[in-house]
Design a protein around this ligand. Structure first.
Ligand code: DAV
Length: 378
């Protein structure tokens, strides 16, 4: 570790990795049906299961998560894991009740490191309201060890019925098509809402996607919090994604100047300018090996989990073992590619990037967009 660097230090998605939290499937439950989420069994009319996942499903996912932890350790990364948490416990607050919680497989959704600061996201779904808890012991450890570590918890939304637009789930495809430039989804704009995984970090510049899990009030809160700390916060949109949630299967920075893009989800017209005028290259990911119908039955994410890769450094990237076309592209782009099996993790909502939270990467905050026109909030 660099001398005297803050123990929490990560400014982008690619600098050499030193400390990482890897999720765990222990005590995972099926996500319940709620106003922000309508899980369904893929390619079937069967009712979505409820309650705890099977021991077999948990063991299979844990084995792959451990494989990721082992690979990272073999590259000199310190790997930390979440604390055990009883996800089968119901949650009741003054505003809502939900029969069970979810899991700690995807710390990326909840926790984000912004330089020397840890931010806990508001979250957008009831079952994930308390998902910061498995990481609190670690946060306290970092916060106690180094007084330069900043720690912020974003305001918790009510998650009451009035926060959601339940009719969203009933909209026919034509209506979604008609409305694709409105960026209105299952959450309305009344409260501050964001999941951490809707953000991507590129030094001074932070991208935030408007989605089913992040609204404009959430982005406004992030701007008001981050701009005084020297960041520039850019809202990005992918109008052809009718169910957007989390940016890391859509727009994936791999190193300074290079973003892996999703050919089904182009950026809103005009938003590519920031990248092109600063000599960034946008490279489309190849078609995933699995079709949407071939994804695991209980997985609620799309086939584009294929592009949810994890960078160990600007030259080393971890990719799901069976995604050969993407591995070939990455090799052509001069990356050393480390393939590992990860498909049993998919039903927990993510792949390699989702299942991790970087606490320390080498490096400092750089400006990768010197030609940028940016207007901060007044
Ligand atoms: O494309 O289905 C999945 C990301 C979930 N953390 C997608 C996004």
């Amino acid at each position: 570790m660099q001398q005297n660097s803050v123990i929490v230090n990560s400014w982008n998605e690619w600098d050499p990795l030193r400390e990482m939290v890897v999720g765990s499937a222990d005590n995972a439950n099926f996500e319940p049906t709620e106003p922000g989420s309508k899980p369904a069994v893929r390619a079937s009319d069967e009712a979505f299961p409820t309650g705890p996942k099977s021991k077999e499903a948990i063991d299979l996912a844990n084995e792959e998560l451990q494989g990721l932890a082992d690979l990272l350790e073999s590259h000199g990364v310190t790997v930390r894991r979440p604390e055990p948490h009883d996800f089968s416990a119901p949650v009741r607050t003054p505003d809502f009740e939900v029969e069970n919680q979810y899991c700690a497989v995807c710390p990326r959704d909840v926790m984000i490191t912004m330089g020397n600061e840890i931010i806990e996201a508001t979250m957008s779904r009831r079952a994930r309201y308390f998902e910061y808890q498995p990481y609190r012991k670690l946060v306290y450890e970092y916060w106690n060890k180094d007084s330069r570590v900043e720690w912020t918890t974003a305001p918790k939304p009510s998650m009451a019925d009035g926060m959601y637009r339940e009719e969203f789930w009933e909209w026919p495809l034509e209506k979604r098509h008609e409305r694709m430039h409105d960026f209105e989804f299952c959450i309305n704009q009344d409260e501050v809402i964001f999941d951490a995984a809707d953000m991507s970090r590129l030094g001074r510049d932070i991208l935030v996607q408007e989605s089913m899990t992040t609204n404009r009030a959430g982005i406004h809160w992030l701007k008001r919090h981050l701009e005084p700390r020297g960041f520039r916060v850019h809202t990005v949109h992918f109008p052809l994604d009718f169910f957007p949630s989390h940016i890391d299967c859509t727009f994936v920075p791999l190193r300074p100047g290079l973003i892996l893009t999703n050919p089904d989800r182009p950026l809103r017209e005009g938003e590519e300018k920031m990248f092109l005028s600063n000599d960034w290259e946008l490279v489309d990911a190849p078609e995933p090996v699995l079709s949407n119908n071939e994804m695991p039955a209980y997985c609620q994410s799309s086939k584009w989990l294929s592009m949810n890769v994890l960078s160990i450094s600007p030259t080393k990237v971890i990719c799901e073992e069976q995604e050969k076309p993407l591995q070939d592209l990455l090799a052509k782009l001069d990356f050393e590619v480390y393939p590992i099996p990860f498909r049993h993790v998919f039903e927990y909502g993510g792949s390699l990037h989702c299942a991790t939270w970087d606490v320390h990467r080498e490096g400092t905050r750089e400006d990768y967009f010197p030609n940028l026109q940016y207007t901060p909030l007044p």
